[in-house]
Ligand binder design. Structure first.
Ligand code: ADP
Ligand code: NI
Length: 214
């Protein structure tokens, strides 16, 4: 076991444990495990992937005002404190600053293989059974309705409008979750995503049937 990675894992576990909007420690742990699993097939530097998975939500734009600067400050503080090299810190920073989904029609700026892998792992955790659970947990934390049939989804052209959208949670499936399968970066990610995607579609079929009292 790499002791630097283990100590950062411990630090992040303490900071994120019990968070209740779907960004809790277990989300981070799942992203970490899935990213390392994808790496076994796709290659890439395991240290960068491990650090980036553990630190990718350290200053999420949904909870922190100045996402870019705060991400940089925290990552330099944590990795610098563990004497990680500046080259690796720069790679991890690129990933943490660009990993987020920013709207259906907004360009993805992730460039490195390691970044593509961690982004795939993060996105896998937004779909499937866990994705469904996290979407409603997040929607509930923002006091949003489960479903308002009269409000249709929007395919956002820019991050501001995506971020400020306060629609019901079923819309989030059409604005993000169902789009992720075709936006996976790696072949391994695509294969895992397909099965989780099919599950979500089945969930929606059942949801609408129950809604209509069928
Ligand atoms: P990303 O990892 O791409 O940055 P987010 O951090 O935006 O994703 O989202 C984290 C979790 O919260 C995901 O499971 C996501 O689907 C959910 N979520 C984000 N925005 C919404 C929303 N408007 N309604 C419901 N769930 C949301
Ligand atoms: Ni995440």
């Amino acid at each position: 076991m790499d002791t630097k990675i283990e100590s950062i894992k411990e630090l992040i576990r303490e900071e994120f444990f019990g968070e209740s909007t779907g960004h809790d420690w277990y989300h981070i742990e799942r992203v970490y495990k899935n990213a390392l699993k994808i790496q076994e097939k796709e290659g890439g530097n395991r240290d960068i992937i491990a650090y980036a998975a553990l630190l990718h939500d350290i200053a999420d734009h949904k909870f922190v005002e100045n996402h870019e600067a705060e991400t940089e400050r925290r990552i330099k503080e944590i990795l610098g404190g563990a004497s990680v090299s500046s080259d690796i810190i720069a790679e991890v920073l690129h990933i943490a600053q660009n990993i987020s989904y920013k709207g259906a029609n907004v360009e993805n700026k992730i460039r490195s293989l390691e970044g593509m892998i961690v982004q795939d792992a993060d996105r896998l955790d937004a779909i499937g059974a866990i994705g469904v659970a996290r979407a409603f947990a997040y929607g509930g934390s923002k006091k949003r309705a489960i479903y308002l049939p009269e409000e249709k989804p929007t395919l956002h052209e820019d991050f501001e409008s995506y971020k400020n959208d306060e629609g019901h949670t079923i819309n989030h499936f059409y604005e993000k979750l169902l789009l992720l399968k075709d936006r996976m970066n790696t072949q391994t990610g695509k294969e895992i995503a397909q099965q989780r995607h099919d599950f979500m579609q089945g969930f929606l079929v059942q949801f609408y049937a129950e809604w209509e009292a069928k």
